[in-house]
Design a protein around this ligand. Structure first.
Ligand code: NAD
Ligand code: WQD
Length: 338
Protein backbone atom coordinates (compact mmCIF):
# COMPACT_ATOMS: atom_id res chain seq x y z
CA UNK A 1 0.00 0.00 0.00
CA UNK A 2 1.25 3.49 -0.92
CA UNK A 3 0.87 6.61 1.27
CA UNK A 4 -2.32 7.77 2.96
CA UNK A 5 -4.12 10.62 1.17
CA UNK A 6 -6.84 12.77 2.73
CA UNK A 7 -9.39 13.79 0.11
CA UNK A 8 -11.78 16.61 1.06
CA UNK A 9 -14.95 16.68 -1.03
CA UNK A 10 -14.08 13.15 -2.14
CA UNK A 11 -17.71 12.08 -2.53
CA UNK A 12 -18.35 14.77 -5.18
CA UNK A 13 -18.04 14.64 -8.94
CA UNK A 14 -14.30 15.11 -9.48
CA UNK A 15 -13.45 13.80 -6.00
CA UNK A 16 -15.10 10.41 -6.51
CA UNK A 17 -13.31 9.87 -9.83
CA UNK A 18 -10.02 10.82 -8.17
CA UNK A 19 -10.60 8.45 -5.23
CA UNK A 20 -11.11 5.68 -7.75
CA UNK A 21 -7.82 6.42 -9.52
CA UNK A 22 -5.98 6.76 -6.19
CA UNK A 23 -7.24 3.38 -4.99
CA UNK A 24 -6.35 1.79 -8.32
CA UNK A 25 -2.83 3.18 -7.96
CA UNK A 26 -2.49 1.65 -4.51
CA UNK A 27 -2.93 4.75 -2.35
CA UNK A 28 -4.77 4.59 0.96
CA UNK A 29 -7.72 6.96 0.81
CA UNK A 30 -9.46 8.89 3.58
CA UNK A 31 -12.44 11.03 2.54
CA UNK A 32 -13.91 13.97 4.41
CA UNK A 33 -17.17 15.28 2.96
CA UNK A 34 -20.22 16.94 4.50
CA UNK A 35 -22.40 15.48 1.71
CA UNK A 36 -23.84 18.95 1.00
CA UNK A 37 -23.56 18.25 -2.72
CA UNK A 38 -22.87 14.55 -2.90
CA UNK A 39 -24.09 11.13 -1.94
CA UNK A 40 -22.32 8.42 0.02
CA UNK A 41 -23.40 6.11 -2.82
CA UNK A 42 -20.70 7.52 -5.13
CA UNK A 43 -18.00 6.15 -2.83
CA UNK A 44 -19.81 2.84 -2.37
CA UNK A 45 -19.59 2.46 -6.14
CA UNK A 46 -15.92 3.48 -6.15
CA UNK A 47 -15.25 0.73 -3.62
CA UNK A 48 -17.19 -1.77 -5.70
CA UNK A 49 -15.41 -0.80 -8.92
CA UNK A 50 -11.94 -1.00 -7.38
CA UNK A 51 -12.57 -3.87 -4.98
CA UNK A 52 -10.87 -1.73 -2.32
CA UNK A 53 -12.10 0.12 0.72
CA UNK A 54 -11.60 3.70 1.84
CA UNK A 55 -12.30 5.51 5.10
CA UNK A 56 -15.15 8.00 5.09
CA UNK A 57 -15.92 10.81 7.55
CA UNK A 58 -19.10 12.86 7.21
CA UNK A 59 -17.49 16.06 8.45
CA UNK A 60 -17.71 19.68 7.42
CA UNK A 61 -14.27 21.21 6.88
CA UNK A 62 -15.46 24.28 8.78
CA UNK A 63 -16.04 22.06 11.83
CA UNK A 64 -12.71 22.44 13.57
CA UNK A 65 -13.35 19.74 16.19
CA UNK A 66 -14.64 17.28 13.60
CA UNK A 67 -11.65 17.85 11.35
CA UNK A 68 -9.22 17.64 14.27
CA UNK A 69 -10.75 14.29 15.13
CA UNK A 70 -10.05 13.01 11.59
CA UNK A 71 -6.41 14.18 11.70
CA UNK A 72 -6.09 12.62 15.13
CA UNK A 73 -7.54 9.24 14.15
CA UNK A 74 -5.87 9.06 10.77
CA UNK A 75 -2.23 9.25 11.66
CA UNK A 76 0.41 9.65 8.94
CA UNK A 77 -1.56 11.55 6.33
CA UNK A 78 1.05 12.10 3.62
CA UNK A 79 -0.88 14.64 1.56
CA UNK A 80 -4.24 16.34 1.14
CA UNK A 81 -6.25 16.67 -2.06
CA UNK A 82 -8.62 19.54 -1.42
CA UNK A 83 -11.81 19.47 -3.51
CA UNK A 84 -14.38 20.54 -0.89
CA UNK A 85 -16.01 23.77 -2.04
CA UNK A 86 -19.24 25.26 -3.27
CA UNK A 87 -19.01 25.83 -7.00
CA UNK A 88 -22.11 27.48 -8.51
CA UNK A 89 -21.07 30.84 -9.94
CA UNK A 90 -24.58 32.36 -10.01
CA UNK A 91 -25.30 31.27 -6.46
CA UNK A 92 -22.03 32.84 -5.33
CA UNK A 93 -23.13 36.19 -6.76
CA UNK A 94 -26.45 35.91 -4.90
CA UNK A 95 -24.91 34.79 -1.64
CA UNK A 96 -21.23 35.76 -1.46
CA UNK A 97 -20.88 35.31 2.29
CA UNK A 98 -21.99 31.69 2.11
CA UNK A 99 -19.31 31.11 -0.54
CA UNK A 100 -16.53 32.91 1.30
CA UNK A 101 -17.53 31.17 4.51
CA UNK A 102 -17.53 27.70 3.02
CA UNK A 103 -14.65 27.99 0.57
CA UNK A 104 -12.34 30.28 2.55
CA UNK A 105 -13.10 29.55 6.20
CA UNK A 106 -13.27 25.83 5.47
CA UNK A 107 -9.95 25.88 3.63
CA UNK A 108 -8.27 27.96 6.36
CA UNK A 109 -9.45 25.48 8.95
CA UNK A 110 -7.98 22.67 6.85
CA UNK A 111 -4.64 24.49 6.48
CA UNK A 112 -4.44 25.09 10.22
CA UNK A 113 -5.08 21.43 10.85
CA UNK A 114 -2.35 20.49 8.38
CA UNK A 115 0.09 22.77 10.21
CA UNK A 116 -0.87 21.36 13.60
CA UNK A 117 -0.41 17.78 12.41
CA UNK A 118 2.70 18.30 10.30
CA UNK A 119 1.05 17.57 6.96
CA UNK A 120 2.92 19.60 4.38
CA UNK A 121 1.63 18.56 0.96
CA UNK A 122 -1.56 19.74 -0.70
CA UNK A 123 -3.13 19.52 -4.14
CA UNK A 124 -5.74 22.24 -4.56
CA UNK A 125 -8.73 22.40 -6.93
CA UNK A 126 -8.55 25.76 -8.59
CA UNK A 127 -10.26 26.83 -11.74
CA UNK A 128 -9.82 28.56 -15.08
CA UNK A 129 -12.26 31.06 -13.58
CA UNK A 130 -9.25 32.75 -11.91
CA UNK A 131 -8.28 34.12 -15.36
CA UNK A 132 -11.62 35.92 -15.76
CA UNK A 133 -11.69 37.13 -19.34
CA UNK A 134 -8.26 36.08 -20.66
CA UNK A 135 -6.40 38.57 -22.85
CA UNK A 136 -4.88 35.84 -25.03
CA UNK A 137 -5.83 32.21 -25.65
CA UNK A 138 -4.72 29.54 -25.11
CA UNK A 139 -4.12 30.98 -21.66
CA UNK A 140 -0.89 30.15 -19.82
CA UNK A 141 -0.37 29.87 -16.07
CA UNK A 142 1.41 33.22 -15.85
CA UNK A 143 -1.52 35.10 -17.40
CA UNK A 144 -3.16 37.95 -15.53
CA UNK A 145 -5.41 36.81 -12.69
CA UNK A 146 -8.78 38.52 -12.59
CA UNK A 147 -11.77 36.59 -11.34
CA UNK A 148 -15.14 38.22 -11.87
CA UNK A 149 -17.45 36.65 -9.25
CA UNK A 150 -17.30 35.59 -5.56
CA UNK A 151 -16.76 31.93 -6.43
CA UNK A 152 -13.78 32.90 -8.60
CA UNK A 153 -12.50 35.30 -5.95
CA UNK A 154 -12.61 32.49 -3.39
CA UNK A 155 -10.32 30.44 -5.65
CA UNK A 156 -7.92 33.36 -6.19
CA UNK A 157 -7.80 34.00 -2.43
CA UNK A 158 -7.14 30.36 -1.60
CA UNK A 159 -4.38 30.17 -4.16
CA UNK A 160 -2.75 33.13 -2.39
CA UNK A 161 -3.28 31.63 1.07
CA UNK A 162 -1.62 28.41 -0.08
CA UNK A 163 1.27 30.22 -1.75
CA UNK A 164 1.96 32.31 1.38
CA UNK A 165 1.48 29.45 3.85
CA UNK A 166 3.42 27.03 1.68
CA UNK A 167 6.35 29.40 1.29
CA UNK A 168 6.93 30.02 4.98
CA UNK A 169 6.30 26.42 6.06
CA UNK A 170 8.10 24.62 3.21
CA UNK A 171 4.96 22.97 1.92
CA UNK A 172 4.55 21.32 -1.44
CA UNK A 173 1.56 23.05 -2.99
CA UNK A 174 0.08 22.00 -6.33
CA UNK A 175 -2.53 24.37 -7.71
CA UNK A 176 -4.55 22.75 -10.46
CA UNK A 177 -6.64 25.10 -12.58
CA UNK A 178 -9.30 23.00 -14.29
CA UNK A 179 -10.96 24.23 -17.44
CA UNK A 180 -14.42 22.68 -18.09
CA UNK A 181 -14.70 19.23 -16.49
CA UNK A 182 -17.19 16.90 -18.20
CA UNK A 183 -17.87 13.21 -18.74
CA UNK A 184 -18.17 10.24 -16.45
CA UNK A 185 -16.30 7.07 -15.61
CA UNK A 186 -16.20 4.60 -18.53
CA UNK A 187 -18.19 2.10 -16.45
CA UNK A 188 -21.16 4.50 -16.25
CA UNK A 189 -21.27 3.81 -12.49
CA UNK A 190 -20.13 7.24 -11.30
CA UNK A 191 -20.68 10.65 -12.84
CA UNK A 192 -21.87 14.17 -12.26
CA UNK A 193 -25.13 14.28 -10.32
CA UNK A 194 -26.25 17.91 -10.14
CA UNK A 195 -29.42 18.87 -8.31
CA UNK A 196 -29.93 21.42 -11.08
CA UNK A 197 -27.63 21.36 -14.12
CA UNK A 198 -26.12 24.84 -14.48
CA UNK A 199 -23.37 23.58 -16.77
CA UNK A 200 -23.86 22.92 -20.46
CA UNK A 201 -23.22 19.19 -20.86
CA UNK A 202 -25.31 17.93 -17.92
CA UNK A 203 -28.14 20.15 -19.17
CA UNK A 204 -27.93 18.81 -22.72
CA UNK A 205 -27.81 15.30 -21.30
CA UNK A 206 -31.03 15.84 -19.35
CA UNK A 207 -32.74 17.22 -22.46
CA UNK A 208 -31.62 14.15 -24.40
CA UNK A 209 -33.04 11.98 -21.62
CA UNK A 210 -36.39 13.75 -21.86
CA UNK A 211 -36.10 15.27 -18.38
CA UNK A 212 -36.04 18.80 -19.81
CA UNK A 213 -37.65 20.16 -22.93
CA UNK A 214 -34.92 22.12 -24.67
CA UNK A 215 -31.43 23.53 -24.36
CA UNK A 216 -31.04 27.29 -24.31
CA UNK A 217 -27.93 28.36 -26.20
CA UNK A 218 -26.84 31.51 -24.42
CA UNK A 219 -25.92 33.82 -27.29
CA UNK A 220 -24.94 33.20 -30.92
CA UNK A 221 -23.52 36.66 -31.61
CA UNK A 222 -20.03 36.22 -30.11
CA UNK A 223 -16.89 36.82 -32.16
CA UNK A 224 -16.37 33.10 -32.73
CA UNK A 225 -16.71 31.02 -35.92
CA UNK A 226 -20.32 29.94 -35.23
CA UNK A 227 -21.17 32.81 -32.86
CA UNK A 228 -21.40 30.64 -29.72
CA UNK A 229 -18.91 30.49 -26.83
CA UNK A 230 -15.89 28.23 -26.94
CA UNK A 231 -14.68 26.19 -23.96
CA UNK A 232 -11.84 23.77 -23.26
CA UNK A 233 -13.70 20.64 -22.10
CA UNK A 234 -11.67 18.12 -20.14
CA UNK A 235 -12.74 14.56 -19.30
CA UNK A 236 -13.11 13.97 -15.56
CA UNK A 237 -11.05 10.76 -15.68
CA UNK A 238 -8.16 12.68 -17.25
CA UNK A 239 -8.50 15.26 -14.49
CA UNK A 240 -8.50 12.57 -11.82
CA UNK A 241 -5.32 11.07 -13.26
CA UNK A 242 -3.60 14.48 -13.14
CA UNK A 243 -4.20 14.53 -9.38
CA UNK A 244 -2.50 11.15 -9.02
CA UNK A 245 0.45 12.37 -11.10
CA UNK A 246 0.70 15.50 -8.94
CA UNK A 247 0.78 13.41 -5.77
CA UNK A 248 3.32 10.98 -7.25
CA UNK A 249 5.53 13.96 -8.03
CA UNK A 250 5.41 15.73 -4.65
CA UNK A 251 5.69 12.48 -2.71
CA UNK A 252 8.79 11.54 -4.67
CA UNK A 253 10.71 14.72 -3.85
CA UNK A 254 9.98 18.24 -2.52
CA UNK A 255 8.72 20.59 -5.21
CA UNK A 256 7.57 23.76 -3.47
CA UNK A 257 4.88 25.54 -5.47
CA UNK A 258 3.55 24.11 -8.73
CA UNK A 259 0.72 25.65 -10.78
CA UNK A 260 -0.84 23.86 -13.73
CA UNK A 261 -3.64 24.38 -16.21
CA UNK A 262 -5.61 21.20 -16.70
CA UNK A 263 -7.39 21.26 -20.02
CA UNK A 264 -7.29 19.50 -23.36
CA UNK A 265 -5.84 22.60 -25.00
CA UNK A 266 -8.53 22.78 -27.65
CA UNK A 267 -11.94 24.37 -27.63
CA UNK A 268 -15.43 23.44 -28.78
CA UNK A 269 -18.35 25.79 -29.26
CA UNK A 270 -21.73 25.38 -27.58
CA UNK A 271 -23.24 24.43 -30.94
CA UNK A 272 -20.52 21.83 -31.52
CA UNK A 273 -21.23 20.29 -28.11
CA UNK A 274 -24.97 20.05 -28.78
CA UNK A 275 -24.28 18.62 -32.23
CA UNK A 276 -21.90 16.00 -30.78
CA UNK A 277 -24.56 14.96 -28.28
CA UNK A 278 -27.13 14.63 -31.09
CA UNK A 279 -24.74 12.48 -33.11
CA UNK A 280 -23.79 10.17 -30.25
CA UNK A 281 -27.24 9.78 -28.71
CA UNK A 282 -29.01 9.61 -32.08
CA UNK A 283 -31.64 11.95 -30.63
CA UNK A 284 -32.95 15.24 -31.89
CA UNK A 285 -32.24 17.46 -28.81
CA UNK A 286 -34.17 20.69 -29.22
CA UNK A 287 -32.03 23.82 -28.87
CA UNK A 288 -33.09 27.45 -29.00
CA UNK A 289 -31.01 30.60 -29.11
CA UNK A 290 -31.44 32.82 -26.07
CA UNK A 291 -29.70 36.05 -25.01
CA UNK A 292 -26.15 35.94 -23.70
CA UNK A 293 -25.70 34.80 -20.10
CA UNK A 294 -24.18 37.55 -18.01
CA UNK A 295 -20.52 36.99 -17.13
CA UNK A 296 -19.72 34.54 -19.94
CA UNK A 297 -16.45 35.07 -21.78
CA UNK A 298 -16.42 34.31 -25.54
CA UNK A 299 -13.42 31.95 -25.48
CA UNK A 300 -11.74 30.05 -22.66
CA UNK A 301 -9.05 27.61 -23.73
CA UNK A 302 -6.04 26.62 -21.66
CA UNK A 303 -2.49 25.83 -22.59
CA UNK A 304 -1.81 22.53 -20.77
CA UNK A 305 1.78 22.13 -22.01
CA UNK A 306 3.32 22.75 -18.57
CA UNK A 307 1.29 19.90 -17.04
CA UNK A 308 1.92 17.75 -20.13
CA UNK A 309 5.66 18.11 -19.60
CA UNK A 310 6.10 18.22 -15.81
CA UNK A 311 3.44 15.69 -14.85
CA UNK A 312 3.90 13.53 -17.94
CA UNK A 313 0.16 13.84 -18.27
CA UNK A 314 -2.04 14.42 -21.25
CA UNK A 315 -5.80 14.56 -21.77
CA UNK A 316 -6.39 11.20 -23.44
CA UNK A 317 -10.17 11.31 -23.82
CA UNK A 318 -11.57 13.07 -26.87
CA UNK A 319 -14.89 14.81 -27.46
CA UNK A 320 -16.69 11.57 -28.32
CA UNK A 321 -15.47 9.98 -25.05
CA UNK A 322 -16.72 13.00 -23.09
CA UNK A 323 -20.16 12.86 -24.65
CA UNK A 324 -20.59 9.09 -24.79
CA UNK A 325 -19.55 8.59 -21.14
CA UNK A 326 -21.96 11.36 -20.06
CA UNK A 327 -24.74 9.68 -22.02
CA UNK A 328 -23.89 6.23 -20.67
CA UNK A 329 -24.08 7.50 -17.07
CA UNK A 330 -27.31 9.41 -17.82
CA UNK A 331 -29.07 6.40 -19.35
CA UNK A 332 -27.78 3.93 -16.78
CA UNK A 333 -28.76 6.13 -13.81
CA UNK A 334 -31.37 8.68 -14.96
CA UNK A 335 -31.83 9.82 -11.35
CA UNK A 336 -28.12 9.84 -10.56
CA UNK A 337 -27.43 8.49 -7.08
CA UNK A 338 -31.00 9.07 -5.89
P1 NAD B 1 -18.86 18.76 -6.23
O1 NAD B 1 -19.85 19.70 -5.64
O2 NAD B 1 -19.37 17.55 -6.91
O3 NAD B 1 -17.80 18.32 -5.11
C1 NAD B 1 -17.49 19.11 -4.02
C2 NAD B 1 -17.65 18.24 -2.79
O4 NAD B 1 -17.29 18.99 -1.63
C3 NAD B 1 -19.08 17.75 -2.58
O5 NAD B 1 -19.04 16.36 -2.35
C4 NAD B 1 -19.57 18.50 -1.34
O6 NAD B 1 -20.48 17.74 -0.60
C5 NAD B 1 -18.25 18.74 -0.61
N1 NAD B 1 -18.23 19.93 0.24
C6 NAD B 1 -18.57 21.20 -0.06
N2 NAD B 1 -18.39 22.01 0.99
C7 NAD B 1 -17.90 21.23 2.00
C8 NAD B 1 -17.53 21.48 3.35
N3 NAD B 1 -17.63 22.69 3.89
N4 NAD B 1 -17.07 20.44 4.08
C9 NAD B 1 -16.98 19.20 3.56
N5 NAD B 1 -17.33 18.90 2.31
C10 NAD B 1 -17.79 19.91 1.53
O7 NAD B 1 -17.95 19.62 -7.21
P2 NAD B 1 -16.83 19.14 -8.23
O8 NAD B 1 -17.28 19.52 -9.58
O9 NAD B 1 -16.40 17.77 -7.96
O10 NAD B 1 -15.69 20.17 -7.84
C11 NAD B 1 -14.61 19.81 -7.01
C12 NAD B 1 -13.67 20.98 -6.87
O11 NAD B 1 -13.22 21.38 -8.17
C13 NAD B 1 -14.30 22.23 -6.25
O12 NAD B 1 -13.35 22.85 -5.43
C14 NAD B 1 -14.61 23.10 -7.43
O13 NAD B 1 -14.62 24.46 -7.09
C15 NAD B 1 -13.45 22.77 -8.35
N6 NAD B 1 -13.74 23.00 -9.77
C16 NAD B 1 -14.84 22.43 -10.34
C17 NAD B 1 -15.13 22.67 -11.67
C18 NAD B 1 -16.36 22.11 -12.31
O14 NAD B 1 -16.83 22.68 -13.29
N7 NAD B 1 -16.89 21.00 -11.84
C19 NAD B 1 -14.26 23.47 -12.42
C20 NAD B 1 -13.13 24.01 -11.81
C21 NAD B 1 -12.87 23.77 -10.47
C1 WQD C 1 -20.27 26.53 -21.02
C2 WQD C 1 -20.84 27.31 -22.19
C3 WQD C 1 -22.49 28.95 -21.59
C4 WQD C 1 -25.52 26.17 -20.16
C5 WQD C 1 -18.32 27.15 -15.39
C6 WQD C 1 -17.76 28.05 -14.32
C7 WQD C 1 -16.26 27.86 -14.22
C8 WQD C 1 -15.92 26.38 -14.01
C9 WQD C 1 -16.57 25.52 -15.04
C10 WQD C 1 -15.80 25.92 -11.65
C11 WQD C 1 -21.01 28.80 -21.90
C12 WQD C 1 -23.10 27.85 -22.44
C13 WQD C 1 -24.36 26.72 -20.68
C14 WQD C 1 -26.71 26.23 -20.94
C15 WQD C 1 -25.48 27.36 -22.68
N1 WQD C 1 -16.42 25.91 -12.76
N2 WQD C 1 -24.35 27.30 -21.91
N3 WQD C 1 -26.63 26.82 -22.18
O1 WQD C 1 -19.52 28.92 -17.63
O2 WQD C 1 -17.67 27.94 -19.04
O3 WQD C 1 -17.72 27.49 -16.63
O4 WQD C 1 -17.99 25.79 -15.08
O5 WQD C 1 -14.72 26.36 -11.40
O6 WQD C 1 -15.84 28.62 -13.15
O7 WQD C 1 -18.05 29.40 -14.67
O8 WQD C 1 -19.39 26.41 -18.05
O9 WQD C 1 -20.94 24.64 -18.69
O10 WQD C 1 -21.85 26.70 -17.55
O11 WQD C 1 -21.02 26.87 -19.86
O12 WQD C 1 -25.49 27.90 -23.79
O13 WQD C 1 -27.79 25.78 -20.53
O14 WQD C 1 -22.16 26.81 -22.46
O15 WQD C 1 -23.02 30.19 -21.95
O16 WQD C 1 -20.71 29.48 -23.06
P1 WQD C 1 -18.60 27.82 -17.90
P2 WQD C 1 -20.86 26.09 -18.46
Amino acid sequence: MKEKILVTGGAGYIGSHTCLELLNEGYEVVVVDNLSNASRESLARVEKLTGKTLSFYEVDIMDRAGLADVFHKEKNIAAVVHFAAKKAVGESVENPLEYYQNNITGSLCLCEMMLEHGVSRIVFSSSSTVYGSPETVPVQENARIGATNPYGHSKVMMEQVLMDTGKVNDWDVVILRYFNPVGAHDSGEIGEDPEYPFNLLPYVSQVAAGLREQVAIFGDDYETPDGTCIRDYIHVVDLAKAHVRSLDKILQKPQGLLVYNLGAGRGYSVKEMVEAFRRISGLEIKAVIEPRRSGDVPVSVGDPSKANKDLEWIAEHDLDDMVSSTWKWQTKYPRGYR
